[in-house]
Design a protein around this ligand. Structure first.
Ligand SMILES: [Zn+2]
Length: 96
């Protein structure tokens, strides 16, 4: 991330990658992306798991009754994303 992306866009998490994506103004939590090229370096099982957890989170109606489930799913999503990010950066750099 040597250059700062244009306003309204967010850069790929992999250093020196020039790919960007539009920032969603309604979703500030989602302020990171892994571009398509770098996402392909991540294990397919991990990508599928992330997609599955995201679908569950999106379909979840957060209310008092399922607050615990929501917290658990968000936690899983964050951990899986961190692992994906780690793999993408390490494999792009040729470390792993
Ligand atoms: Zn990238």
């Amino acid at each position: 991330m040597t250059r700062r992306p244009k306003p309204g866009r967010i850069a790929c998490v992999v250093p020196f990658c020039k790919r960007t994506a539009p920032r969603d103004p309604n979703d500030d939590a989602n302020a990171e992306i892994i571009c398509g090229g770098h996402k392909r370096l991540v294990d397919s099982g991990l990508r599928r798991l992330h997609r599955r957890v995201c679908r569950k989170v999106e379909g979840l109606e957060v209310c008092r009754a399922n607050l615990g489930l929501a917290k658990t799913l968000f936690g899983i999503e964050r951990r899986v994303w961190a692992k994906m990010k780690e793999q993408a950066i390490e494999r792009a750099a040729g470390i792993a």
